[in-house]
Design a protein around this ligand. Structure first.
Ligand SMILES: NC(=O)c1ccc[n+]([C@@H]2O[C@H](COP(=O)([O-])OP(=O)(O)OC[C@H]3O[C@@H](n4cnc5c(N)ncnc54)[C@H](OP(=O)(O)O)[C@@H]3O)[C@@H](O)[C@H]2O)c1
Length: 320
């Protein structure tokens, strides 16, 4: 198998050949067709707690980053009954299960980390989903319980990014009213996703939001250095929840002291991907691909993602 890896954060990613991974009884081997880029992929290379965790519990060998993939099953473990060879799937890798990342021509993951793809959904569309979709699902459905609230109001800070765009559309699908904070260039896009746009380049978006609230769920996909936690919490309804997607150590006291501030960890699995794939197949969930790079140019994709201006998603195309 071919993977993109580098010896250190300052060494560019390059393609190398590695021996294939063995297959466990619950695993499937997937030939990747499209690979989604997330900020966590380059953050992992730079060090920090995730890299440390990877060092202790990860698969060992060269660091292969990446989580999101779509592709075709080429082999299945002896106990896998619910997915067949040849089946198109979307999923995410998990280093805590000793799996290599998705910047590769093939991945080995547990079958329950993959959701089947209907023919109405392309490999490229699907590869945009795993981390942003799992994160949006966790924030709005599992933590925000939108399905139990009628006429809910949702505020998304960072509405035009990978996570934000899925949040807006999932909120709409759950019957909620959504507001999205974005820059002037993305106002029309946010409105196309069924939300009301709050342009942060035209004034104080949280002041504007205070006129639309209170909110049942506030998803902060930018960070509390930009949108202070206390100001966001002041916009919550009595049962509202403030979900931090981009967490920093500074947030730990608020998360410990307030049950209304919580962090999300988006871990793709069949249970959270299947409902999103179904929405996509019905045309109720749209993804936006800003650019597709060959896997050999993953370094250029990381540079673009690191600049923080991507609207929608970046994808990598594996060789072959
Ligand atoms: N906890 C988890 O499991 C999890 C999962 C996914 C992502 N994350 C983290 O969440 C963050 C967002 O991820 P992502 O994939 O959505 O990132 P992304 O796609 O790279 O987000 C870029 C978008 O953010 C917008 N943006 C930049 N500054 C903004 C501001 N001040 N206000 C509103 N929007 C702003 C940009 O548009 P403009 O510049 O035009 O505004 C751009 O469209 C990252 O830090 C990522 O590491 C965490």
């Amino acid at each position: 198998m071919i993977v993109a890896t580098s010896r250190s954060a300052s060494t560019p990613l390059a393609l190398v050949e590695l021996p294939p991974r063995p297959l466990g009884p619950l695993d499937v081997r997937v030939k990747t067709r499209s690979i989604g880029v997330n900020p966590v992929d380059w953050k992992m290379r730079e060090g920090g707690p995730l890299r440390l965790a990877h060092r202790f519990v990860g698969p060992g060998g060269p660091l292969v980053v990446g989580v999101d993939f779509s592709g075709e099953i080429v082999e299945r473990g002896a106990s896998v009954r619910d997915l067949a060879v040849g089946q198109a799937v979307v999923g995410g890798t998990d280093f805590s299960r000793k799996q290599r990342g998705s910047y590769a021509t093939e991945v080995v993951v547990r079958a329950d980390q993959c959701a089947p793809l209907p023919s109405a959904v392309t490999f490229e569309q699907a590869a945009c989903l795993p981390v942003p979709g799992a994160t949006a699902h966790r924030a709005l459905v599992e933590l925000g319980r939108l399905q139990e609230r009628s006429g809910a109001r949702v505020l998304v800070l960072g509405a035009s990014g990978g996570v934000g765009l899925v949040c807006l559309q999932l909120a709409r699908a759950k019957g909620a009213d959504a507001w999205g904070v974005c820059s002037a260039r993305n106002v029309a896009l946010v409105e196309r996703m069924g939300a009301r746009a709050l342009d942060y380049t035209a004034g104080d978006p949280l002041l504007e939001a205070s006129r639309a609230g209170p909110f049942d769920v506030i998803v902060n996909a930018v960070g509390t250095a930009t949108y202070a936690g206390a100001r966001a919490r002041a916009l919550l309804s009595p049962s509202g929840v403030h979900v931090l997607v981009a967490v920093r150590p500074h947030d730990y006291p608020a998360m410990t002291l307030s049950s209304r501030t919580t962090a999300v960890l988006g871990r793709p699995c069949r249970a959270n991907l299947a409902p999103l794939v179904a929405l996509m197949a019905k045309g109720e969930l749209e993804v936006l691909v800003e650019r597709v790079f060959p896997l050999a140019e993953a370094e250029a994709a990381h540079a673009l993602s690191r600049a923080g201006k991507v609207v929608g998603k970046l994808l990598l195309e594996p060789p072959g």
